[in-house]
Design a protein around this ligand. Structure first.
Ligand SMILES: Cc1ncc(COP(=O)(O)O)c(C=O)c1O
Length: 495
């Protein structure tokens, strides 16, 4: 890729959409990047934390680079670049709407930062009145729970003994609260167990009770085809939220999709530039959605990136992605089941209703220690803890209310060392059996006690750190400093 004198970036090779799962892995930025290990060697990093945030598709990065010469503020500029950027940004909204099967004649796509912002915005915009009820579940990420608690009376539906959402209980709760029920807010797939939720069935129950349905699709959108269905279909999803950084486009965008009429009513939740048609010193006439809901200068590049990621997902096909991930998940489960002293959570025989999230614990080894060893000695990126879903994790681990009270007191006293949790490995569409083999082989080493480092617990954070493991981060990435800038001390030098 090089820059011509006209300022247009031309590419040595044209942007290319991968078409198959086989082509996908090479099309993910950073796959196989060497990571430093405790013993001073390096190995290609194995990334198994896709439920938190995925790497970028190369096509996304290339699209962004190619767009940048045309980048300009949107909507109110009159120059060519502004007109072009506006066209592209508006089209990105439509791409997202089409990807989730929304009727764009009656629905709007609002770009936000992420799913968390979507739920907070909706919670403010629905204008809950005193006594209004939102039904959610204990399986939710905090982002699909705390925003509703702020503004409405929240009812939490529980889980079945196998850890799945109690859908019969949900139906009963919906019927019981009919009349006062404004919203059922449920995840499309769990970030703890990967269990998928029967969203269209729940939509029918919600609609019969006069309620709307919000689906938190943060963990669903990268893995399964979504169809919000026509507005008049009883199984229609009214509101849906997703995060681009979990969809191979980590450029700071999320999307909330929902009825135009809802966002056309009332005042926007955030006010400022862009949300108005006309302003006097004592009045403002609101713009139409989505502009009304995207206050300030929007993240144009993030929108372009998300649309590019969707092009890749569609090119490979969501069915092919789901099939590949299901095969990988089955392989991972079969291998993990054979690891001694390892407990897997959220098991099911029907993998069509589970995305690639694997949570587990090893008897007698703290979850934070397992995750630290994986990173320092295996070069494997996993995650541990409660994953922003404390109620669900504590239910799965059968933490009693009394234990919960003690734990809360300990956290308040600055000690997180005894917080319960799990280790989570989560799959993306580009992962392979070799990634699973690396995970399992490292877990087997841990079970056999064959790790070399000495790990120290930091009570304040609850994390373990390998003593004497001080990677030189600057060797891998550093900002270039002007010559006169004094060198910044690394974190390990400072401590
Ligand atoms: C199920 C679920 N919902 C919501 C979120 C919040 O997403 P974000 O951090 O992008 O706002 C997450 C993030 O992990 C999630 O897994």
């Amino acid at each position: 890729m090089h820059q011509t004198t006209t300022g247009t970036i031309t590419r040595a090779t044209p942007r290319r959409l991968p078409r198959t799962i086989g082509e996908l892995r090479d099309e993910v930025v950073g796959v196989g990047t060497p990571a430093p290990l405790l013993d001073g060697t390096e190995r290609p990093y194995v990334f198994l934390d896709n439920a938190a945030s995925t790497p970028a598709f190369r096509y996304v990065l290339d699209t962004v680079v190619e767009f940048m010469p045309w980048y300009s503020g949107v909507h109110r500029g009159t120059g060519f670049k502004s007109l072009l950027a506006t066209e592209v940004f508006d089209a990105a909204h439509d791409t997202v709407g089409e990807f989730v099967g929304a009727d764009l004649g009656t629905n709007t796509v609002i770009f936000t930062k992420n799913t968390t912002e979507c739920a907070n915005k909706l919670s403010r915009r629905l204008g809950f009145a005193s006594g209004d009820v939102v039904i959610t579940s204990v399986t939710e990420h905090h982002s699909n729970d705390l925003p509703w608690r702020r503004n409405a009376e929240v009812v939490h539906v529980g889980i079945l003994p196998d850890g799945r959402l109690d859908t019969a209980g949900l139906r009963r709760a919906i019927e019981r609260h009919a009349g006062r029920l404004r919203l059922v807010a449920i995840n499309g797939a769990s970030n703890i167990t990967g269990f998928c939720t029967p969203v269209h069935e729940i939509a029918r129950w919600a609609h019969e009770a006069g309620s709307a349905l919000f689906v938190d699709a943060a963990q669903l959108a990268p893995h399964r085809r979504i169809n919000m269905l026509p507005d008049n279909d009883p199984g229609h999803i009214d509101f849906l939220a997703l995060s681009a950084h979990k969809m191979y486009a980590p450029f700071g965008t999320g999307a909330l999709i929902g009825p135009l009429r809802v966002f056309a009513e009332g005042a926007p939740d955030m006010v400022g530039g862009g949300v108005v048609e006309i302003v006097t010193v004592d009045s403002a006439v609101w713009n139409r959605p989505p502009h009304k809901e995207e206050a300030g200068s929007p993240n144009v590049v993030g929108g372009v990136a998300l649309a590019a990621a969707i092009a890749v997902l569609r090119s490979v096909g969501m069915e092919a992605i789901a099939a590949h991930e299901r095969e990988l998940l089955a392989y991972a489960i079969s291998r993990l089941k054979k690891v001694k002293n390892l407990t897997l959570y959220g098991l099911t025989d029907d993998l069509s209703e589970k995305v690639g999230v694997l949570t587990f614990n090893i008897d007698g080894v703290h979850h934070a220690l397992v995750a630290a060893i994986m990173g320092a000695e295996g070069g494997i990126g996993v995650r541990n803890g409660c994953f922003c879903a404390h109620p669900y994790v504590k239910e799965l681990l059968k933490v009693t209310p009394e234990e919960d009270r003690v734990l809360t007191a300990e956290v308040l006293a600055g000690d997180k060392s005894r917080l319960p949790g799990m280790v989570r490995a989560s799959l993306g569409c580009y992962n392979t059996r070799e990634d699973i083999d690396a995970l399992v082989s490292m877990l087997e080493r841990i079970v056999r006690g064959e790790y070399r480092g000495h790990y120290v617990l930091d009570r304040a954070s609850g994390a373990y750190r390998a003593e004497n493991f001080r990677p030189d981060y600057q060797k891998y990435f550093a900002f270039e400093q002007p010559a006169h800038t004094p060198a910044r001390r690394t974190a390990s030098e400072a401590s």
